[in-house]
Design a protein around this ligand. Structure first.
Ligand SMILES: Nc1ncnc2c1ncn2[C@@H]1O[C@H](COP(=O)(O)OP(=O)(O)OP(=O)(O)O)[C@@H](O)[C@H]1O
Ligand SMILES: C[C@@](O)(CCOP(=O)(O)OP(=O)(O)O)CC(=O)O
Length: 404
C-alpha cells in the first residue's frame, strides 16, 4: 500500500503578506515573516494514498468530500507533486510509477476551518508534505514551499518551523519566491502565543479577494511595499536573531496595524477587526505602557497581531503569559473552561487579575463570551511524518471518519 500521513502547523505572520503580483502562481507584492505555531495544539493531519485501482484524484476535508476543480489551487499542487515524482522515477526505474496513479487524500483540522485561524496555511502545507512523503521525494522544505505557495500563499511558510521568511522574489517564474528559515524554534523557544478567538465563523471578505482589491485600489499599499516592508524584514530578522522581544513586539504590532490600515485604504474599505479586537489592542498597549516604565524594566512584554479576521494572536515571552491571560479574562470573561496546556493555573482554573499600575479604564468589561475561547501555544517545528497507525484514510482508501 502506498500511503503517507503528516501533520503541518499553522503560522501567524508578524510581517503580513497582502497583495499578489501574479494571482495564478501566487507571487506576492512583498516579503513576509511568520512564527510557526506548535502542532501539539493546532494542526492539519493529512493522509495521501496512491493506488492503481483509484479512478480519480479525490480529497476529503474534515470528512466531507471537496471538489478538486480542474485548474484550481488543489489540482495545481497535486499536479506539481506528481511532476516531481515523475522526475524521480525517470532517474530511478526501480521506483514504482506512483505519479501515474490517482490519489485519495483525507485531511482533518483540529481547529475551526476558514475562520481566520490560518487553516489554509496548515492545510496546504500538510497536503504538500504528505504527498512528498508518499512520493519519497528528497526535496528540501524550501523547495516544497514553492508548491505549497501555489495552494495558498501563506502555506509556504508552514513548511518550516520556528521563524520563517517568505522572500517575495523577483523572477516571473516564481522560482525565487519561497520560504526560508530565519531561526529554528529551538533558537527562541521562549516565544509563546495566546490566540483570542473572537469569532470562529467564516469571514465576509476572503484574503484572496480582499488583497486583490487592495492591490487595485490602495495607494497606501504601494508605499508599504516600497518603503516600509523591506526595512521591517531586516529589522525583525535581526530582532529574532538577537532574541530582542521588545523590538520584535514593536515591529509586529506596527505591521499588523499597517496591514489593517491598507484594508481601510481599499475601495470599498475592508474591516476585519471589530470592537472586541480593538479593545484587546487597547489592553495590550496599556500593558506595554506599564512595562515600558523605567522602574518596570523599560520593555514591551506582549505583541498583538491580527490576520484577515477579528481574532487576536498575542505573542509574549513564556514568563508573561499567565499575567496576560488573567488580564484578558478580566476584560473578557470566559464561558468556556480554559484548556491550560502548560498548567499555569491550578485546579481552580483561571483567575482574573490586572498587573500593578495597570489603568483599568482603557477598556470596559465585556459580556461573557465576547472572546469565545483562548488557545495557549508556542513556537513550534515544521511538518511531521506520522506512522501508519495515524492514517486518517482507512484500508479501503476512504476517510476513516466521515462527517455525519
Ligand atoms: N486541512 C486542509 N487540507 C486542505 N485544504 C484545506 C485544509 N484546511 C483548509 N483548507 C483550504 O483552505 C480553505 C480555507 O481558507 P481561508 O483562507 O478561507 O481560511 P483560513 O485559512 O482559516 O483563514 P486565513 O487564511 O484568513 O487565516 C478551505 O476552504 C480549504 O480549501
Ligand atoms: C492576512 C494574511 O493572513 C493573509 C494570508 O493570505 P492567504 O495566504 O490566505 O491568501 P491566498 O494566497 O490568496 O490563499 C497575512 C499572512 O498570513 O501573511
Amino acid at each position: 500500500m502506498f500511503t503517507a500521513t503528516t501533520t503541518a502547523p499553522v503560522n501567524i505572520a508578524c510581517i503580513k503578506y497582502w497583495g499578489k503580483r501574479d494571482t495564478k502562481l501566487i507571487l506576492p507584492t512583498n516579503s513576509s515573516l511568520s512564527v510557526t505555531l506548535d502542532q501539539d495544539h493546532l494542526r492539519s493531519t493529512t493522509t495521501s494514498r496512491a493506488d492503481p485501482t483509484f479512478t480519480k484524484d479525490r480529497l476529503w476535508l474534515n470528512g466531507v468530500e471537496e471538489e478538486i476543480k480542474p485548474v484550481g489551487r488543489m489540482a495545481t499542487c497535486i499536479a506539481e507533486m506528481k511532476r516531481l515524482r515523475k522526475e524521480l522515477v525517470e532517474k530511478d526505474s526501480s521506483a514504482p510509477p506512483l505519479s501515474t496513479y490517482f490519489v485519495h487524500i483525507a485531511s482533518f483540522n483540529n481547529f475551526p476551518t476558514a475562520a481566520g485561524l490560518a487553516s489554509s496555511a496548515s492545510g496546504f502545507a500538510a497536503l504538500t508534505a504528505s504527498l512528498a512523503a508518499l512520493y519519497e521525494l528528497p526535496s528540501a522544505p524550501t523547495e516544497l514551499s514553492l508548491i505549497a505557495r501555489q495552494g495558498s500563499g501563506s502555506a509556504c511558510r508552514s513548511l518550516l518551523g520556528g521563524f520563517v521568511a517568505w522572500n517575495a522574489g523577483t523572477l516571473d517564474s516564481g522560482l525565487d519566491s519561497h520560504a526560508v528559515q530565519i531561526a529554528p524554534e529551538t533558537h527562541w523557544p521562549d516565544i509563546h502565543a495566546l490566540i483570542c478567538v473572537v469569532s470562529d465563523t467564516k469571514k465576509g471578505t476572503s484574503s484572496t479577494s480582499g488583497m486583490q482589491r487592495t492591490v487595485e485600489t490602495s495607494p497606501l499599499l504601494q508605499h508599504r511595499i516600497k518603503h516600509v516592508v523591506p526595512q521591517r524584514m531586516q529589522d525583525i530578522s535581526a530582532a529574532i536573531l538577537a532574541k530582542d522581544f521588545d523590538r520584535f513586539a514593536e515591529i509586529t504590532m506596527a505591521d499588523s496595524n499597517q496591514f489593517h490600515a491598507v484594508c481601510l485604504d481599499t475601495s470599498p474599505p475592508i474591516f476585519y477587526m471589530n470592537d472586541v479586537s480593538r479593545a484587546i489592542i487597547a489592553v495590550i498597549e496599556e500593558y506595554n505602557r506599564v512595562g515600558l516604565l523605567p522602574e518596570n524594566g523599560g520593555k514591551r512584554k506582549a505583541a498583538y497581531t491580527y490576520d484577515a479576521g477579528p481574532n487576536a494572536v498575542i505573542y509574549a515571552p513564556a514568563a508573561h503569559i499567565k499575567e496576560i491571560i488573567s488580564m484578558i479574562v478580566h476584560f473578557f470573561p470566559q464561558q468556556e473552561t480554559f484548556n491550560d496546556p502548560f498548567g499555569l493555573f491550578g485546579a481552580a482554573g483561571v483567575t482574573a487579575a490586572l498587573a500593578p499600575g495597570f489603568n483599568a479604564n482603557v477598556a470596559k468589561t465585556w459580556e461573557a463570551g465576547s472572546v469565545k475561547s483562548l488557545i495557549h501555544t508556542k513556537v513550534g517545528d515544521g511538518p511531521r511524518r506520522l506512522g501508519q497507525e495515524h492514517s486518517v484514510l482507512g484500508d479501503d482508501g476512504f476517510p476513516k471518519y466521515l462527517k455525519q
